[in-house]
Ligand binder design. Structure first.
Ligand code: KIV
Ligand code: NA
Length: 268
């Protein structure tokens, strides 16, 4: 197995081969997921909810992300590693550069930040300085207090067009990947067709270039006892975590996940 690079990921999009991604926060799971064939590991700031028990991602610090990124890096076999920039660690281009420097030195190969057009200068600066960027659009959990809850985004023509434009502008600024969260399946498809970089969806339907889920969600672990609509429990019927991870990869690659029941329609 060779190490996955951005070049591979771009070719996968061009070839129509689906990209499988999971969140990951430690070395042991990094090893399990990577050897199961997961293309990309995301050290997501969901660790604030999943590992730390907070009710949002806002309390997560850059030190937390650095610690978990270094852990994932040590266990990883061949997967491409992306780390989240936490809340308020990229409010200027300068701050984004220094925050990203720490994540890249801990083992990240790309950073992810939440937001649209207003981040274009930051994305440009990061890319110029050797930091590939994934732009996270749609439901952006760091803005939960502005959005008024964890809600589906991009419903209605105008809102949908705004997100398509955001994806285009971010890629023009240099973003090498787009992640889109909780939008109608039709919009996930439109965004993927609008840009040439890989588009990864979570709750964005079956037609994005790849899929991501939170590791604990897809293993059936939950602090609240309920999972979002877009989650499938891949431990169902499996004998081991390794088998569950492999069945996730297979389901993404063959296009059986996400199914219609995991996707949002245009109308509520
Ligand atoms: O932090 C995270 O886990 C994420 C994914 C849900 C995309 O950003
Ligand atoms: Na995140």
């Amino acid at each position: 197995m060779t190490n996955i690079t951005l070049t591979h990921l771009r070719k996968m999009k061009q070839a129509g081969e689906k990209i499988a991604m999971l969140t990951c926060y430690d070395a042991t799971f990094a090893y399990e997921a990577s050897t199961a064939g997961v293309d990309m590991l995301l050290i997501g700031d969901t660790l604030g909810m999943i590992l730390q028990g907070h009710d949002s991602t806002l309390p997560v610090t850059l030190d937390d992300l650095v610690y978990h990124t270094a852990s994932v890096k040590r266990g990883n076999a061949t997967s491409f590693i992306i780390a989240d920039l936490p809340f308020m660690t990229y409010s200027s281009a300068e701050q984004a550069l220094s925050s990203s420097g720490r994540l890249m030195q801990a083992g990240a190969q790309m950073v992810k930040l939440e937001g649209g057009e207003w981040l274009c200068e930051t994305v440009h600066q990061l890319t110029r300085n050797g930091v590939p960027v994934c732009g996270h659009i749609g439901l952006t959990p760091q803005s939960v207090n502005v959005l008024g809850g964890f809600r589906v985004q991009g419903r209605g023509k105008e809102q949908a067009q705004e997100l398509i434009d955001a994806a285009i502008k971010l890629t023009q600024a240099g973003a090498a990947m787009i992640l889109v969260e909780a939008v109608p399946a039709s919009l996930g498809k439109a965004i993927s067709e609008a840009v040439s970089v890989p588009v990864i969806g979570i709750g964005a339907g079956a037609d994005t270039d790849g899929q991501v889920l939170v590791l604990h969600d897809m293993l059936g672990l939950s602090l609240t006892g309920r999972a979002p609509k877009f989650v499938r429990n891949f431990m169902d019927g499996q004998q081991s975590i390794q088998a569950a991870l492999r069945s996730y990869v297979a389901a993404v690659k063959e296009g059986s996940f996400p199914a219609k029941e995991h996707s949002y329609a245009e109308q509520a």
